[in-house]
Ligand binder design. Structure first.
Ligand code: NAD
Ligand code: IPM
Ligand code: MN
Length: 349
């Protein structure tokens, strides 16, 4: 009850369009007793190109004072000569994830009734990827020597701390324990990345002792991609590092009805800073500004946001509205982004 502060970062491209629909649904789904006080932050390519600012410290400080963050997508037009590669991705999106300690990047995948999978017989797919969000090859721990010469050397060294791995693995076990199948699959590449792999493997085995009712499985990342396409129903909770998790979750989206349906939460389980909810997809410059984007992923991210804030009923109502809308979609017809948002909002009850 009372009022909650929501930071809204629509960002770039279709981020703007899908966020508008997500807010529409949040508006109708919010419990009567709760008021979301929204602060909109215009961060992204436009702000950078106009002012040179990516994420000023003062803005980060303000965002930190909110209860949650809703983000659309970040990333400018491809190969824009005025936009250095990775500047927004690293300086805005990853900076938020790192500074706000979003160590659990939660990415659920389900095939909802009536949704077509490109797989002929996918089975009953319902799994969640717990992607580590603050370490791995994403830390920027690398560099380049003799750039532009035939002797150039570039490194991106993956950082895996016992502290960082243990906290995400424990969170994944706890999630597995709350799910009916109670199964956890560690995905890594321990046969080649032996140093990082060893940390993940040993910590998973050790934490497993605290969760004797959870079945533990291990797969190398390459084999996991075989099973994700041949038998995705076998997965329940997958725990993995930052980069593997990024790649797995785009495939997971593709096999469960497409990237337009994939939601995510960048969660700080210790609640020392606001968690951030966003679709898995990017700014989609190829369709931006045309009302062609599917806002469902952003809307399902609102469901994850409500759930995180403790409004399980409101979260379920949003999910139910999406499920009903998906089941009623007529193959071969297309709707504008705002039409999908309106339809889902109208179904929230
Ligand atoms: P993308 O996810 O933006 O697009 C990939 C493909 O999926 C495109 O064909 C796009 O049209 C389609 N698509 C994506 N979302 C859709 C939706 N809601 N409805 C219908 N179709 C959709 O990935 P990309 O093209 O690799 O990246 C574009 C930019 O976005 C890059 O700058 C990248 O760094 C950035 N990016 C940001 C995020 C984020 O903010 N979390 C995530 C991924 C990529
Ligand atoms: C995602 C995106 C980001 C990531 C990029 C844009 C930094 O691909 O959210 O999946 O790699 O995490
Ligand atoms: Mn990605």
């Amino acid at each position: 009850t009372g009022s909650l502060r929501l930071a809204v970062i629509p960002g770039d491209g279709i981020g703007q369009e899908v966020t508008a629909e997500a807010l529409k649904v949040l508006d109708v789904a919010s419990p009567a007793a709760v008021k979301f006080e929204q602060t909109r932050y215009d961060l992204g390519a436009e702000r950078y190109l106009a002012t040179g600012e990516v994420l000023p410290d003062s803005v980060l400080g303000e965002i930190r004072e909110h209860d949650a963050i809703l983000l659309g997508a970040v990333g400018g037009k491809p190969n824009d000569p005025n936009l250095p590669p990775g500047l927004l991705e690293r300086g805005l999106l990853l900076r938020l994830r790192f500074e706000l300690d979003h160590y659990v990047n939660l990415r659920p995948s389900r095939i909802f009734p009536g949704v077509a999978s490109p797989l002929a017989a996918p089975g009953d797919v319902d799994f969640v990827v717990v992607r580590e969000g603050t370490e791995g090859p994403y830390t920027g721990n690398g560099g380049a020597l003799r750039v532009g010469t035939p002797h150039e050397v570039a490194t991106e060294v993956s950082v895996n701390t016992a502290f960082g791995v243990e906290r995400v693995v424990r969170d994944a076990f706890a999630r597995a324990q709350r799910r009916p199948r109670k199964k956890l699959t560690l995905v890594h590449k321990t046969n080649v990345l032996v140093h990082a792999g060893s940390v993940w493997w040993r910590i998973t085995q050790a934490v497993a002792q605290e969760f004797p009712d959870v079945t533990v499985d291990y797969m190398h990342i390459d084999a996991a991609m075989i099973f994700m396409t041949t038998d995705p129903a076998r997965f329940d909770v997958i725990v993995t590092d930052n980069l593997f998790g990024d790649i797995i979750t785009d495939l997971a989206a593709a096999i469960t009805g497409g990237i337009g349906l994939a939601a995510s939460g960048n969660v700080n389980p210790d609640r020392t800073a606001p968690s951030m909810f966003e679709p898995v997809h990017g700014s989609a410059p190829d369709i931006a500004g045309q009302q062609k984007a599917d806002p469902t992923a952003a809307i399902l991210s609102v469901s994850l946001l409500l759930d995180h804030l403790g409004y399980a009923d409101a979260a379920a109502a949003v999910e139910r509205a999406v499920i009903d809308d998906l089941a009623a979609r007529e193959p071969g017809t297309t709707r504008r982004t705002s039409e999908v948002g309106d339809a889902i909002a109208a179904r929230v009850s």
